[in-house]
Design a protein around this ligand. Structure first.
Ligand SMILES: *Cc1c(COP(=O)(O)O)cnc(C)c1O
Length: 365
């Protein structure tokens, strides 16, 4: 049976002027709305006490399991406002299903899809005024789940907390889409065979931060990880999937059990097929990419994920010069930009939603 939500409206909502100042230049992940969703889970009672509360710090015991063993998962998706005032989100059932798979891997309980989607709806309804209008702006939704049992024994926690918070997000590229260079890491991996690479968990991100610092220090936007096979198979970036575009129009994306199953990637590949592109989902080596760029067989490449949608990749930098290729000053590719437009037009309600990907959260005004 679906969870029933209770609601405690905030008595300290941000004033309209303050909210409007934030929405005028939201950046990413720095400002939060007036409310949050919390749902408790225990072994005895399952999911219970679903509630909307004023946004704010909650107490976590210093012995809470998540602080010691990192038993945590999260999701990320966006709410978009249309011209008629209605608010929509993109494929929330896919995020719900992926969170269930992540939960399974991290030995956390699975939140049913209808409760996941209802938690988004509740939060966006109460904080509706925080959904920006126009352009590429959106309200970023961050569902997450933590082991919250007060116990230092090493086993799956028997007390868990699910929460959703929301943060207005401006365009990822305020000055227009800017192609990036990516730092190849041979020294570090984000995941290994049988590990947690396919789960959206904080631990994967923790593992990516040191190589990401190295990337920043070398003028790169992100790290590219390879798998541990020794064959230099491509995995993905710290938080985005990778797609290569061949001269004949074929799109190629790496297949591996330790890659995060990106909803943006999957959707872009479906749109590409609608446009007549062939799509290959198979192991891809770094050599294939480098040699393909050199021979002209691979003409574009991009990274993709909810936050930035698509980021064109024009060069790979690396410690070993022999690993580097591409032109850091090259423009974004045509196929890359056409796919970006096709997807963002659906998300923002500017194009027909032929696949039925959009879910309405708030009615038109
Ligand atoms: C979230 C995430 C992605 C992108 O997934 P989307 O569903 O497209 O947002 C890619 N890689 C990693 C490691 C991620 O955590």
């Amino acid at each position: 049976m679906a969870l029933q939500f209770t609601s405690t409206p905030s008595t300290a909502r941000k004033a309209q002027a303050e909210r409007e100042a934030v929405l005028a230049d939201p950046g990413f992940g720095r400002h939060f709305t007036d409310h949050m969703v919390l749902i408790d889970w225990t072994v005895e009672d399952g999911w219970h006490d679903a509630r909307v509360e004023p946004y704010g710090p909650f107490t976590v015991d210093p012995a809470s399991a998540v602080l010691h063993y990192g038993q945590e998962i999260f999701e990320g998706l966006k709410a978009y406002r249309r011209e008629d005032g209605s608010v929509w989100t993109f494929r929330p059932d896919q995020n719900a299903a992926r969170m269930q798979r992540s939960a399974q891997r991290l030995a956390l309980p699975q939140l049913p899809t209808e409760d996941f989607v209802e938690s988004l709806r509740r939060l966006v309804e109460v904080d509706e005024q925080w959904v920006p209008a126009g352009g590429e702006d959106s309200l970023y939704l961050r569902p997450f789940m933590i082991a919250n049992e007060v116990f230092l024994g090493v086993r799956a926690a028997q007390t868990v907390l699910f929460s959703v918070i929301a943060s207005p997000a401006g365009p990822y590229f305020p000055a227009g889409v800017k192609p990036v260079s990516i730092w190849l890491s041979r020294e570090y991996a984000r995941a290994g065979k049988g590990g947690t690479g396919a789960a959206k968990c904080g631990g994967n991100y923790a593992a990516s931060l040191l190589p990401t610092q190295e990337a920043f220090a070398n003028g790169c936007a992100q790290v590219l990880f390879l798998d541990e096979s020794g064959d230099a198979n491509l995995e993905e970036l710290g938080g985005m999937n990778v797609v290569l575009v061949k001269a004949d129009g074929t799109l190629v994306t790496p297949r591996s059990e330790s890659i995060l199953d990106g909803i943006t990637r999957n959707s872009l590949l479906e749109l590409a097929q609608d446009m007549g592109h062939a799509v290959e989902h198979r192991p891809v080596t770094l050599d294939e990419w480098r040699d393909g760029v050199a021979s002209g067989e691979i003409v574009e490449s991009f990274a993709c994920g909810t936050a930035a949608v698509i980021t064109p990749i024009v060069a790979i930098k690396a410690k070993d010069e022999a690993d580097a290729f591409g032109d850091p000053d090259a423009p974004a590719g045509e196929v890359t930009m056409a796919l970006r437009t096709a997807l963002t037009d659906i998300q923002h309600g500017r194009a027909d939603d032929a696949h039925g990907w959009m879910t309405q959260l708030v009615e038109a005004r």
